[in-house]
Write a protein that binds this ligand. Structure first.
Ligand code: ZN
Ligand code: ZN
Length: 61
């Protein structure tokens, strides 16, 4: 039986470590990232991980 811990923990899709504190959630790929692991993610409005931010930029232009 899975043990439900208090709160919800997410694993960083970049380094695979559990994220404590603020994290970035990319709505494009539905992945969570340490903000320190995805410093190049977009900051305005919807946060996107670096990989998706690049693709969004390419799609925009
Ligand atoms: Zn990380
Ligand atoms: Zn993404």
């Amino acid at each position: 039986m899975a043990k439900e811990s208090e709160g919800t923990t997410y694993k960083c899709a970049s380094c695979g470590e559990v994220i404590h504190g603020p994290c970035g959630y990319c709505e494009s790929c539905a992945q969570y990232y340490h903000l320190t692991c995805a410093t190049s993610g977009s900051q305005e409005g919807t946060w996107n991980c670096p990989n998706c931010a690049i693709q969004l930029q390419m799609a925009t232009f």
